[in-house]
Write a protein that binds this ligand. Structure first.
Ligand SMILES: [Zn+2]
Length: 413
């Protein structure tokens, strides 16, 4: 287990700006990790991924261990050689995927059938460590049991205790000296169980600590309550990672309660449906109103997509079903989220975090649809962002950045 140096650069209340010195380079938090489930961040080349500023990329142990198999990845020198990603990579333990399948759980581990071909498969703490070591990620995750929302207290307690035993076994089985290992706090939706779990996992001792079992359909308020019941009992001298969370409001509210790291598929999943994040709020590029829109998707964004293409072009790509639309929207959404986290970090260091937080509440209020289907089936247009020009103001887009439309006044953060 590689104990990387970790320092806190600044705080604002419980919010923290920190630096992790991983073997492949320093990373700054709060940070967002795009997800490369099948060994690729969907529709985005490694070259463009690097340009988004993503500091760590997440890959999926469960899927990659089935196809193409961890041995083949190891032959490439691990995921870095296989995916050609230079940035640090974090692998999940497989627990989250497995627990959505039909399975048999016993003290040893989990028996299930692989969802693609029905092949009987067994996953345990020891097997998960072996696979993650073969995959060669920079950060591996302990094997845990993730429960569905609504699981009763009796089973939650039983599963939590087993998870703690599995995490101790994960640590004992872990051998790779250049790979860090994070523990995971469970405990369902009971504050006392979350506290007990945070303390038990800290007692085992890991390089970082994750909050698992959230973003399973509980909603924003419930999620916040659980985070609030958990982070005060987590070690302060190690990073804290909230798994599977990525909506702007969730990000800022979790950071406000002391979380440092996040991952989520929502940015790329939304992108493939034409939903794009912008500074004033989310837009759906497939809306008719963007048909002749000559401005960049977000005029305040300097990603590859926004520097080169108009909303009208992206609208066109989606309309004709051209896959480049998904690529360009994904590049933007990942880059936008990186910039969002960077601004949040700066606001913590500047002492303006509360202003930043208030702006996020305004642009991404609670109750906004959280699933892409909801967004897409909604007939109502999303509110027009203030930097969108009126038709009569629209003018042809020039390549020269100096000819770009004036950026909306941005408050100093
Ligand atoms: Zn952009």
């Amino acid at each position: 287990m590689y104990h990387f140096p970790f320092r806190i650069d600044g705080t604002a209340g419980q919010a923290r700006a920190t630096t992790l010195s991983l073997l492949r380079g320093e990373v700054k938090t709060p940070l967002f990790m795009p997800v490369g489930t099948q060994g690729a961040v969907r529709a985005v080349s490694p070259l463009h991924l690097e340009q988004t500023g993503a500091q760590i990329v997440l890959a999926n142990t469960y899927h990659l261990s089935q196809r193409p198999g961890a041995e083949l990845v190891a032959k490439h020198g691990g995921l870095h050689g296989f995916m050609k990603v230079e940035a640090p990579i974090l692998t999940d333990s497989g627990g989250f995927q497995v627990f959505s399948l039909e399975k048999t759980v016993d003290e040893d581990g989990v028996h299930f059938r692989y969802e693609v071909d029905g092949k009987p498969t067994f996953l345990s703490p020891e097997r998960s460590m072996e696979l993650q070591e073969q995959l060669g990620s920079d950060i591996a995750m302990a094997f845990d049991e993730c429960l569905a929302f609504g699981t009763d207290r009796a089973y939650t307690e039983e599963a939590m205790a087993r998870t703690h035993r599995w995490e101790a076994r994960s640590k004992a089985a872990h051998t790779r000296p250049d790979q860090s290992l994070f523990g995971i706090v469970q405990g369902g939706f009971w504050p006392d169980l979350r506290k007990a779990s945070a303390e038990a996992v800290a007692e085992i001792g890991f390089d970082g600590y994750a909050i698992g079992g959230l973003s399973v359909g509980e909603g924003h308020q419930k999620m916040i309550e659980v985070i609030e019941a958990t982070t005060p009992h987590m070690p302060t001298d190690r990073p804290r990672y909230l798994m599977g969370v990525g909506r702007p409001l969730d990000l800022v509210e979790a950071v406000a309660r002391g979380v440092d790291m996040f991952d989520c598929v929502i940015q790329t999943r939304h992108a493939r449906s034409g939903v794009m994040y912008t500074t004033p709020g989310r837009i759906r590029i497939t809306d008719r109103r963007f048909r002749n829109d000559m401005y960049a998707p977000d005029t305040a964004c300097d990603c590859y997509t926004c520097k080169n293409f108009t909303r009208a072009y992206l609208h066109h790509l989606f309309r004709v079903g051209e896959i480049l639309g998904a690529t360009l929207a994904s590049i933007h959404n990942i880059h936008w989220t990186q910039a969002f986290m960077g601004k949040m970090r700066q606001s913590i260091l500047d002492g303006t975090f509360e202003e930043f937080r208030a702006q996020v509440h305004q642009a991404y209020p609670e109750g906004a649809p959280s699933d892409p289907e909801g967004v897409l089936t909604s007939d109502a247009d999303s509110p027009s962002p203030p930097n969108r020009p009126r038709q009569q103001d629209a003018r042809p887009r020039k390549q020269d950045a100096r000819a770009r439309p004036p950026k909306p006044a941005r408050k100093k953060r």
